[in-house]
Design a binder for this molecule. Structure first.
Ligand SMILES: Nc1ncnc2c1ncn2[C@@H]1O[C@H](COP(=O)(O)OP(=O)(O)OP(=O)(O)O)[C@@H](O)[C@H]1O
Ligand SMILES: [Mg+2]
Length: 425
């Protein structure tokens, strides 16, 4: 596993246990020191290297894999999924296409890969600074609202939805940044570009990031995710999940529900498109997490993004509770060159809701009531500073509900979230 410290780590550990597979992690020494005890205990060994230095990491991991006779490489941390593809290729193990793999990490290369494969996706342009963003968004008619996001990041960090290149924020113009001829950049767009460019290195490994900014046409409508396992180049679709997010400038995921509530033909359309997106970014043996939006009154999903990794947000738990399919088991089977188990064994439902603060501050107290069919988890300890709700790092906890139908599961999870108490100081 190339950096299993994220949300999917615990599901991979459980899956490996069920499959009787030994797990080894490649990570940084200091990142490994911060691993929770359950993850340390689950590892048969650790390859300590510098994942931000590709030649060195490949050399270290190659030697480690050969020494331990490893049978597969599981990409985990999104930014290192191209590294996983390179390593599998070098070792002759089942993996993803190393020539396309960067498209699963970098949203500019992803846009190019989607265009090459004819995948419906938002129209987009690239900018290096606010003045260029203003110019290209207007010249290309990207419309309003306008989405501004980092080329490389996750968790909705640095993603803003603004009125448009020169929306109602225009009266707060910041002045001409590049001489008197340059157009004035509206404050709303200038601050969105600054937010998208704030990440020069990724936490916690210090990987250098592409600080170019992606400007995208806004796709209205319901949002869904659909994962795809690919084994030997053959795509096996997984269940479709409905996603809820905040409205307004910052889009933070507030919950997910499986099944999605979409009619069956549209479920198949989403699954087919998610599979095409996975193949377009070079996924050949492994899993991909794809997010789509469906404009109201249409049956045409647009792909917002795809990553060559398991989903976060406890989606592995939600999908398994609803359908009996373990995405983590399927992922490990695919990277080991086996046939993945993707056939649903039950028709139930599950929903997760996240507890978000109304504003930033210090967390004083949090309590999640215990209702039958639900379980809650608190992410932050009292005394922890909680950032403004601008991305997923502000989440305080979550509740998962299981029921017979999606509406029941969502309703139950919403009731528990509504009765939860979050006190901020
Ligand atoms: N072109 C778009 N049209 C409409 N909404 C969008 C668009 N791009 C992004 N969004 C909204 O912003 C959210 C975050 O964007 P995106 O998924 O690209 O960033 P991310 O940081 O990779 O997110 P995460 O890791 O949380 O999935 C999306 O889930 C969606 O709600
Ligand atoms: Mg996303």
């Amino acid at each position: 596993m190339i950096e299993p410290m994220g949300n999917a780590g615990r599901f991979l550990v459980e899956a490996a246990d069920r499959l009787g597979v030994r797990l080894y992690a490649a990570t940084h020494k200091d990142v490994h020191e911060g691993y929770p005890q359950w993850l340390r205990a689950a590892l048969a060994g650790v390859c300590a290297t510098d994942l931000t230095d590709t030649p060195r990491a490949l050399g270290d991991m190659d030697a480690f894999c050969r020494q331990h006779g490893l049978a597969g490489v599981a990409p985990c941390f999104e930014l290192f999924t191209p590294l996983a593809a390179l390593l599998a290729d070098r070792l002759g193990l089942p993996g993803n296409d190393p020539r396309l793999a960067r498209a699963a990490r970098n949203k500019i290369e992803m846009g190019e890969a989607f265009a090459a494969a004819g995948i419906p996706a938002p129209r987009w342009a690239v900018a290096h600074d606010a003045a260029e963003a203003y110019r290209v968004a207007r010249a290309q008619g990207l419309g309003r609202p306008l989405v501004v996001k980092p080329a490389e990041q996750g968790g909705s960090w640095g993603v803003s939805v603004v009125d448009g290149p020169d929306g109602s924020d225009a009266q707060h113009a910041t002045g001409a940044p590049h001489g008197p001829e340059a157009p004035e950049v509206p404050e709303g767009l200038a601050s969105a570009v600054a937010a998208a460019r704030q990440f020069t290195h990724a936490h916690p490994h210090g990987l250098e990031l592409d600080t170019r900014v992606l400007l995208q046409e806004y796709i209205p409508g319901g949002e869904y995710s659909c994962d795809t396992v690919v084994a030997g180049g053959v795509a096996y679709p997984l269940p479709v999940v409905a996603k809820d997010t905040t409205e307004g400038r910052y889009r933070i995921e507030t919950g997910h529900t499986c099944p999605s509530g979409l009619p069956e033909p549209l479920v198949r359309t989403v699954q087919h498109l998610a599979a095409r997106a996975a193949l377009a970014v070079g996924v050949r043996n492994g899993i991909a997490h794809t997010e789509v939006k469906i404009p109201p009154g249409t049956e045409t999903p647009y792909v917002i993004e795809t990553g060559a990794r398991l989903p976060g947000d406890n989606l592995c738990e939600v999908v398994e509770a609803a359908t009996g399919v373990s995405e983590a088991v399927a992922h490990l089977q695919a990277v080991l060159g086996r046939l993945p188990d993707t056939v649903p064994s039950r028709t139930a439902a599950a929903s997760i809701r996240f507890l978000l603060p109304e504003r930033g501050g210090v967390l004083r107290r949090v309590s999640i009531p215990d209702l039958p069919g639900t379980h809650g988890e608190v992410h932050l300890a009292p005394g922890t500073p909680v950032p403004e709700p601008a991305d997923s790092s502000c989440r305080i906890g979550h509740v998962v509900a299981r029921a017979e139908t999606a509406d029941q599961a969502r309703g139950l999870a919403e009731r528990v979230a509504a009765r939860s108490r979050v006190e901020m100081g």
